[in-house]
Design a protein around this ligand. Sequence first.
Ligand code: PRP
Ligand code: MG
Length: 212
Amino acid sequence: MTKIRIAVQKSGRLNEDSLAILKDCGISIDNGKDQLKATSRNFPLEVFYLRNGDIPQYLRDGVVDIAIIGENVLIEKGKDISIAERLNFSKCRVSLAVPKGVTYNSIKDFEGKKIATSYPNTVKEYLASKGVTAELHIINGSVEIAPNIGLAYGICDIVSSGSTLFKNNLKEVEVMLKSEAVLAVSPTISEERKELLKKIQFRIKSVLQARN
Ligand code: PRP
Ligand code: MG
């Protein structure tokens, strides 16, 4: 039987809520925590646990058919990938921040400065739209530490509760975009799997309605 293949974040903030929504859709997954692939017992679906940043490429290549992913990741590296549903969880902002002690006036303050980030495309596009040129320092995690160790003037990263900024003595000065978890679809999904996607979408819609 044909199964639809879904990518879910392997570990991190999206993982739990992603599995929870599948569960609420009545899709149960046998979950060996260390397994990178799992199969549903009661729906023709396979789950692939992947790193967030790799998911757009897997969708593009058709290695997976759909994914639960932060919209911010699609904006950063999956603009060609379409969104089937917005999922109303994992809400966050992608923002610029600077040390608390810095007097900040406007985006022009970033001119010629160094910004540490895991979202280079998003920052570049935002700065270009404001006519500002800055130097980017690309790092994959713990971005908020960069200004404190003299690596950058400011940072661009995800802000959710704001506690990471707070703990690192930073303040949010520009909100570049708002994001939430979405159901993304591979451009190469087959007709047969599209039918399975429709069933999942139908269930998701009623789950989201019931949650409201
Ligand atoms: C994410 C993100 C921010 C933080 C935002 O990092 O990169 O640092 O969460 O959440 P908050 O506003 O609620 O504090 P994560 O903890 O996933 O670790 P990483 O950056 O090292 O991947
Ligand atoms: Mg972080």
